[in-house]
Design a protein around this ligand. Structure first.
Ligand SMILES: NC(=O)c1ccc[n+]([C@@H]2O[C@H](COP(=O)([O-])OP(=O)(O)OC[C@H]3O[C@@H](n4cnc5c(N)ncnc54)[C@H](OP(=O)(O)O)[C@@H]3O)[C@@H](O)[C@H]2O)c1
Length: 345
């Protein structure tokens, strides 16, 4: 059995890791951390684990890495950044769900996160954990930087187009909507019930930290620097994330040709579903699953492609993708513990 530890197991992504790993046949969870709940049993704090887990929360220390083969970091960004080189000293491999090692450029990280990145050497070794684009590097990676939720939906939606000469890559607009769990379990005014229920609001327009992550991956695919306009919104729902992406066409084309191209691009991908033409992505059908559903349309009047892309922010946008990465790192079936449909209704 592979020994796994989860740092930040009392948070939304940590709990989702715990839930999915509990049914993983090749994994034994050895350690779960929470500062607030250290010493308490997981099942006492979260009764959904009653009968499934005898584990007790412990405090996070560097020695956690000595007790496991894979360490998941489900912590707020910058919390464990400076401990990661120590975690990697021995044989332990790390999947970091925070943004600390996602951006290749130290300067870009510092600019968007207003935090000095002291771990350049480790940053250089990190692999961006989007399996559909980086599976080969993930296999042997010591440190995987698990993508952000918004970037997962936007990059997967755009990747098939970037290599073509059908579109104007300078014209990308990504309009995304996320459920409230995207902000994590910590208390904040904006995510309190009375603030976000019965309301839809835009936030961080032009300044959201996921923008450089999207640009990094799209630019790498394009082979030149690409900028995107990214507009996130908060929706009054618990889970789920939908991105609607607009990009100008540089030639006339039929929807059938676009659909064929997307199907071909993702034909070997177990977790990307290209929807039937005329059907658009809906968070209802991906919640609780590791799928990314992509729907396509051509607005021929305006010569524009419109792509819809839906994921569960806590699964394909976080814990599910992290487990998919772990499965790839271990050389086992990538779908293990993840091969199930969404929960509807
Ligand atoms: N939520 C999402 O949809 C999503 C999607 C993709 C990526 N992410 C990223 O995943 C990471 C975790 O997000 P989340 O939504 O799960 O956050 P969360 O619900 O707020 O949970 C944070 C976890 O970190 C622990 N923690 C907080 N401060 C700590 C400290 N100083 N030392 C040790 N442990 C500490 C908390 O434990 P205690 O409070 O119990 O001590 C809790 O277990 C973040 O970096 C986030 O950006 C989140």
């Amino acid at each position: 059995m592979v020994k796994v530890a989860i740092a930040g197991a009392s948070g939304y992504t940590g709990l989702e890791l715990l839930r999915l790993l509990t049914i993983h046949p090749e994994v034994e969870i050895t350690t779960v951390t929470s500062e607030k709940h250290q010493g308490q049993k997981v099942a006492d704090v979260f009764p959904s684990f009653s009968g499934f887990s005898d584990l007790q929360f412990t405090s996070l220390t560097v020695s956690i890495a000595n007790e496991c083969d894979i360490l998941f970091l489900a912590l707020p960004h910058t919390t464990a950044m400076n401990q990661v080189p120590d975690f990697l000293e021995g044989s332990c491999r790390v999947v970091d769900l925070s943004a600390d090692y996602r951006l290749k450029s130290q300067e870009t990280f510092e600019q968007w996160y207003s935090f000095s990145h002291q771990q350049k050497e480790t940053l250089d070794k990190a692999v961006y954990g989007l399996p559909e684009l980086h599976r080969k590097s993930i296999r042997s990676a010591k440190l995987v930087a698990n993508p952000g939720c918004y970037p997962t939906s936007v990059i997967l939606a755009l990747a098939p187009l970037v290599a073509t000469d059908w579109v104007d890559l300078e014209s990308i607009i990504a309009d995304s909507k996320s459920g409230v769990s995207g902000a994590g379990r910590k208390l904040s005014i904006n995510t309190q019930f009375a603030e976000c229920n019965e309301a839809v609001s835009a936030y961080a327009l032009g300044t959201h930290r996921h923008t450089p992550e999207i640009e990094q991956e799209i630019s790498a695919l394009a082979g030149r620097e690409i900028r995107v306009t990214f507009s996130p919104h908060l929706m009054p729902m618990t889970r789920g994330l939908l991105s609607t992406i607009y990009i100008n066409l540089t030639k006339d084309m039929e929807l059938e040709e676009l659909g064929k191209h997307y199907r071909e691009f993702y034909k070997n991908e177990p977790f990307v579903r290209i929807l039937n033409l005329g059907t658009f992505a809906n968070t209802h059908y991906v919640v609780s699953s590791n799928f990314c559903d992509i729907g396509l349309q051509i607005d021929s009047r305006n010569r524009r492609i419109i792509i819809t892309s839906a994921i569960d922010n806590l699964v394909k946008g976080a814990a599910g993708q992290a487990i998919q990465n772990m499965n790839i790192m271990l050389g086992i079936d990538e779908k293990t513990a993840l091969d199930s449909p969404g929960m509807f209704p």
